[in-house]
Design a protein. Sequence first.
Length: 431
Amino acid sequence: MEVGAQGLAQTNYLVRSAAFAYLFVVLAVVLWECGAPPLAWGLMVLQFLVYPHLVYWRARLSPRPTRAELDNLFLDAALLAAWCAALGFPTWLTFGVVSATTLNAVVNRGLQGLAWSITCSAGGAVLWILVRGLHYAPQTSDLVTTLCILGVFAYVAMVGAVVHAQNRRLAATRDALRRSEESFRLIAEHAADLIGMVDGEGRWLYTSPSYERILEPDDLAAGTNAFRKVHPEDADAVLTAVLRSSVTAKPRDLTMRIADKEGRVRQYKTRIQALAGNGGRRVLLVSQDVTDLRDSEERVSLAAKALETLTQAVVITGADGTIFSVNRAFTELTGFTREEVVGQSEKSIRNAMQAPAYYDEIYAAVLRDDYWSGTTWARRKNGTVYREWRMVRAVRDANGAITYFMMVFSEVGAGPSPTVDITTPNPLLRG
């Protein structure tokens, strides 16, 4: 009745307690029929009513409860065989006791348990004979014989019921495991990400079908070096990460480059996770192709650098007018820093030298034509006035909705400055 560590002790405790209680009744009849002395009755109480609880707690308190409980089975066989020898080896009682202890040992320990159980039974009987001599009385009363036959039948039925329940649990566990494996395989076989499993030395154990898109079959064969197509500059770092993860069981993340079967170098963000089991460590690799993302990031970085090199001031806002970005030329021309304007509304940097209706007309033109340009007067943060050329352009998405506004402006040739009150406060400078 093999189950978990504490579960085995608990299951055998219930079976042993019930069986020994029944044996107590049978032996009580035997001792009463033969007029046994009080010492025999006392020993029987200890053996059949106290002993099952003692060995149960021995197993529960042991650092190796499963091993302790399996050893208890052999102790059962030896002690019960000694009782059979003490009673003269009554046929049905001896058959029932030896059959029950042997069956229990075989269920829990297989053929090795069979051999050990028979050996322990023989040892217990021989030890009693050496101490008290051989006594042989095979006959029993009809009552004792009937009780023994019923006891054997009940014990076999009880053990069968326990084994059946465990088989049902094992079958349910196997079904659940199979469903889980099928789900994992379905995900792995249809996932765009690369999913692979290697041993602690970096050799392939499993690769998802997605690997076949980038590597040749020879590169994916079980047992081959999983990282032979990794860029030489990354291979050592990847193998080191796998070895460390297999030892420490801690997950790791890294980026590696792989040369695909067409010779292109792709970048993959890889998660390395050690999995314990099957007598050793296996390492799961989940890799996501980030080549296009990295290329996009590089393009964005190049665009940002190009924006910084422009001599014209640039302001980029969202569709609602919130300022997302400004370049260095903007800060140099206006005197406002990035921190002062990013996240603010575009209206906050209007210089108040034109009426609000002026800006309304500009954005009405942009909404209609996606573009407006012209010259106007403007004022810097420090209050000085300059003439600027300004262009405003709307940026739309694939559905035609405006996503951004881009404003480009610069200082233009000198002309007569208008008469203005330069003490008029700028909205950004209001306290």
